[in-house]
Design a protein around this ligand. Sequence first.
Ligand code: DQA
Length: 147
Amino acid sequence: MKKILVINGPNLNFLGIREKSIYGCEDYDHLVKMIEDYGREKGFEAECFQSNHEGAIIDRIQQAYFDKVDGLVINPGAYTHYSYAIRDALASVTDFPKIEVHISDVNAREEFRHISVTEPACDGQIVGQGLKGYLTAIDRILEDKKR
Ligand code: DQA
């Protein structure tokens, strides 16, 4: 069974509390359950990890290499726009597809959100689909021909 890791960065544990007009009313637990239910439906093992700390996210990306995951979905939150350290961690792991997700349409928001320093180290990016974007990213991984 394929193993897919979903990493959420800072403030995504505050889904359902933070800026609901942008990120919606569903909370982080809802997101995790949605991904786990999709795993049962499609037959993959989902692991969800969230941290507000840059180093913890890097540690988890490196762990994915040893765990031999089949794919990584990552929403690095605001780190997207400036964390060269997370970009380097993503660039270090090349054995599995990596898809970046943003709940909101970052390109239609403040200018600082238009830049993703992490996206070039990923195999694709999905923006502005709300929480459904995570499932679209998982579909991309499941369709990946290399695996
Ligand atoms: C986000 C967009 C980022 O700009 C922001 O800092 C987030 C969430 C999104 O999912 O739309 O925390 O990654």
